[in-house]
Design a binder for this molecule. Structure first.
Ligand code: UDP
Ligand code: UDP
Length: 478
């Protein structure tokens, strides 16, 4: 808003830096940004402005942003009205979130400068998807620019190394296994699907942002040393690429309790809370594939049959459309009346948004069948809920490997993801769920990850110290 732009008088009143946060699109990026905002504001006394690109892609994003300002009125809102561009002709059929990254990347050179200058910033923290366009703008204004990587440290190391890998194999060759120096080998089958196509809109952005990392003033990642020691050490020790700036591993950033949706919205969402409260401890399988992708219809059917056959209680968030505003279909159309009737009481299926972190914290929840979006992984880690990893897309197979290595859960590596034909059958799903639900060792290991996560973010822990070191950096620059 224009008033936020002109009101610079109170900045620095606490001797604290004024940090401008620039997220990109989608809940997977917005959620860690709001967690970072609150950690810096409430935990470290920083002045915070959050840039909101309007209009948002999903209604989940708009309500999350509204909840943040309602709970923290002192966090400033800086609106960025995007320059319109016609994605349908240039990138027909492209993912709406990637298209939004592109719109932001095109608007930033024009709009970000005035926004930064007007706000009187001590530092800019830009989302990874905007790194290569945000850094030059900040540099011109002599504002230090940090880049926040919202996914795993292992994926970050892959991203930082990928341009070097491409230069080495040369143009025209397919992407094979990628051996990230100091970390480990990422097999070709785990490389995000889009990166196999050099002309994909996402690939162009990914490579440009990867190359730009060495020009940032520092890098933040929502990860912690104990969960990904190889990647965090390799990034900090300079073995991934030479010339990387300081890397601050500050995760897992903690959820903000005040950001639950309004009471009305909660009532609209049916009664999953009341239902969970009625279930015995550690009896429920929570199933969700994140906020930005729908499973194919035939896979939804197999998953339904698998959940029915496993015999356990379950809470399943079904997504029928990529963008939530387009999702008008009925659950019964998607799953059939028969299924819903047969599992009634034992299984709760919803198409609405649930407060996932609250679900994972609930004592009734025993297992998370997850696509391994990184926020879902960090939320499972901080609550010690074992994960049955079923990655579908993008960085999720890389994250699934992290889950398995860290002992947070198991990854069914042979299960297909987007772009592969095979449908995972109900029997396989049921079998794996039954195994995981009976595996006390797995639950114990997941509890150990929770302990490690809570040590990392507690006063004196590695992530706490990293965030404090980052704030000192911002302060020193002023
Ligand atoms: N989320 C939620 N309720 C839902 C679906 C998603 O609260 O019904 C949250 C989830 O807790 C996480 C974020 O949205 O914080 C999704 O990010 P993630 O990285 O897990 O996956 P993405 O949606 O980006 O694929
Ligand atoms: N740190 C980090 N990345 C770096 C340097 C430091 O994440 O490249 C973290 C690390 O966890 C360390 C903390 O920041 O424990 C403090 O770092 P340092 O002692 O270098 O900063 P100082 O306390 O001297 O300001």
């Amino acid at each position: 808003s224009s008033s936020a732009l002109s009101s610079t008088s109170s900045h620095g009143s606490r001797g604290a830096p004024h940090i401008i946060l620039l997220p990109s699109a989608g809940m997977g990026h917005l959620v860690p940004f709001t967690r970072l905002a609150v950690a810096l504001f409430a935990g470290h006394g920083c002045d915070i402005s959050l840039v909101t690109a309007l209009p948002t892609v999903s209604s989940a994003e708009s309500s999350h942003i509204a909840a943040l300002y309602a709970a923290f009125p002192a966090i400033r809102q800086l609106d960025l009205r995007l320059v319109p561009f016609d994605a349908s002709s240039e990138f027909p059929g492209a993912d709406p979130f990637y298209v939004r990254y592109e719109a932001l990347r095109r608007s930033a050179p024009l709009l970000l400068g005035p926004l930064l200058a007007g706000a009187g910033a001590s530092a800019l923290v830009a989302d990874i998807a905007l790194a290569s366009v945000a850094i030059p703008v900040a540099r011109e204004l002599h504002v230090p620019c940090f880049v926040f990587f919202t996914a795993s440290a292992t994926m970050f190391s892959f991203k930082a190394y990928f341009p070097t890998y491409l230069d080495a194999v040369g143009a025209g060759h397919g992407v094979g296994d990628v051996d990230v120096p100091g970390v480990y080998r990422i097999p070709s089958s785990s490389v995000p699907q889009a990166l196999h196509d050099p002309d994909n809109i996402f690939t162009r952005q990914f490579v440009a942002n990867g190359r730009a990392l060495v020009t940032a003033d520092g890098l933040l990642v929502n990860a912690f040393h104990a969960m990904e020691p190889e990647a965090v050490e390799a990034l900090q020790g300079g073995s991934v690429v030479s010339g990387l700036p300081l890397v601050f591993a500050v995760g897992p950033l903690m959820p903000v309790n005040d950001l639950r949706e309004t009471r009305e919205a909660a009532q609209e969402q049916g009664d999953y809370r009341a239902w969970l409260d009625e279930q015995p401890p550690r009896s429920v399988v929570y199933v969700s594939f994140g906020s930005r992708k729908a499973l194919p219809k035939d896979q939804i059917n197999e998953l339904a049959a698998g959940l029915e056959a496993c015999g356990h209680r379950f809470l399943w968030v079904v997504k029928g459309a990529v963008v939530d505003r387009d999702d008008a279909g009925e659950l019964s159309e998607l799953l059939g009346e028969g299924f819903l009737r047969r599992v009634q009481g034992r299984g709760l299926v919803t198409k609405s948004w649930v407060e996932q972190e609250e679900v994972l914290r609930h004592p009734a929840v025993a297992l998370f069948i997850s696509h391994c979006g990184w926020n879902s992984v960090t939320e499972s880690a901080s609550n010690g809920v074992p994960v049955l990893a079923w990655p579908r897309f993008a960085d999720q197979r890389v994250n699934a490997r992290v889950v398995a290595r860290a002992g947070l859960g198991v990854w069914a590596e042979q299960w297909s993801w987007e772009g592969e034909e095979a449908v995972v059958r109900a029997e396989e799903i049921a079998e794996l769920v039954m195994d995981a639900m009976g595996d006390d060792g797995m639950a114990e290991k997941a509890a150990n990850v929770r302990e490690a996560a809570s040590r990392a973010v507690a006063d004196g822990g590695t992530s706490y110290r990293s965030l404090a070191a980052f704030v000192r950096r911002c302060t020193a620059w002023r």
